[in-house]
Design a protein around this ligand. Structure first.
Ligand code: NDP
Length: 290
């Protein structure tokens, strides 16, 4: 568990990554464009490489975490950087196409390449709360799994390099959906003098209850069959109308309820009113009209 590791990019996130490796006892080499950001890590035992190429050469595994993929390609593509023989894990945020293209590009240069996504803030790095997703060839991931465990809860999602960023995007969709729904409810309850802290436990219970439906609903999505076992979409749509009217009557923001209804109405117009809610996957699986 004390394999050497290199971290390139010592922004807020890169510094947290390098510090976690140091705390776990890994000989850690670092490099950053602005050298001063390495000072604290070096004081803590990190070795400072003089060039990105030297940083890569110092360890069998290099983690890179920069602002964006352009910076990664500029840095790794420099003429004095030898990628051949290195394993590079790119934890820079980006989309699935960038991940796949950069994987091809790095592999053509002889690197083993994994793409990752960090679903955590820097202070959480090194604790189980830090979820770090990886995708790319499993045989390239497995030898480093124990080293990566120093960063948090580390998962390998599959061989397709785009998977980490797709799961990351899906996680963001979940996060903002739950937060927006909670804020709408909070705004409604506040009109009756119920403060946010009083409502929060109920909101949490609702979110957890709905989350419990997902595995069963997922089976309907995979089967492409949506029998109305508990409720039909047109029943949901009537409740959406109540939600719109209630929001408008209270003078809170009714945009979300209107959007819910707009999407459901399209599916109903297409003949799916008698089916169960997950039939809306058809609406989510293509661009919105107009
Ligand atoms: P920072 O802005 O703190 O750091 C950016 C890093 O990229 C710095 O080390 C900077 O070097 C380096 N950099 C930028 N452009 C270049 C370049 N052209 N050549 C060399 N180095 C370059 O960002 P964070 O550390 O917060 O984020 C890094 C990545 O981690 C991002 O993709 C971000 O989305 C992701 N992330 C961050 C989270 C967070 O909470 N902070 C959470 C999840 C993901 P220099 O110091 O010289 O400017």
């Amino acid at each position: 568990t004390t394999a050497p590791v290199t971290v390139i990019g010592l922004g807020l996130m890169g510094r947290a990554l390098a510090a976690a490796f140091l705390r776990a006892g890994h000989p850690t080499t670092v490099w950053n464009r602005t050298t001063s950001k390495a000072a604290e890590l070096v004081a803590g035992g990190a070795r400072l490489a003089t060039t990105p190429g030297a940083a890569l050469a110092a360890s069998p595994l290099t983690i890179i975490c920069l602002t964006d993929y352009t910076a990664v390609r500029d840095l790794l593509g420099a003429s004095d950087v030898e990628l051949s023989g290195s394993t590079v894990i790119n934890l820079t945020s980006g989309d699935s196409a960038q991940a796949r293209e950069t994987a091809r590009w790095a592999e053509q240069r002889g690197a083993r390449y994994l793409d990752g996504a960090i679903m955590a803030v820097p202070p959480a790095i090194g604790t189980p709360d830090a979820v770090i997703l990886h995708s790319g060839p499993r045989p390239d991931f497995e030898p480093h799994e124990a080293t990566l465990a120093a960063l948090g809860t580390v998962t390998h999602l599959g061989a397709d390099h785009g998977l980490a960023s797709l799961y990351d995007a899906a996680g963001l969709a979940m996060m903002w959906s739950v937060l927006n729904a909670w804020l709408l409810g909070t705004a409604m309850l506040r009109t009756a003098g119920v403060d946010a802290v009083t409502y929060a436990p109920f909101a949490r219970m609702m979110a957890a209850g709905v989350a419990d439906w997902l595995p069963g609903y997922a089976e309907q999505v995979d089967a492409g069959s949506f029998p109305a076992e508990v409720s039909a979409l047109e029943t949901d749509a009537r409740a959406m109308t109540h939600l719109i009217e209630q929001s408008e009557a209270l003078g809170v923001n009714a945009e979300l309820p209107r959007l819910f209804k707009e999407i459901a109405d399209r599916a109903i117009a297409a003949g799916h009113g008698g089916e169960q809610y997950p039939v809306l996957i058809e609406e989510f699986g293509r661009p919105a009209p107009g």
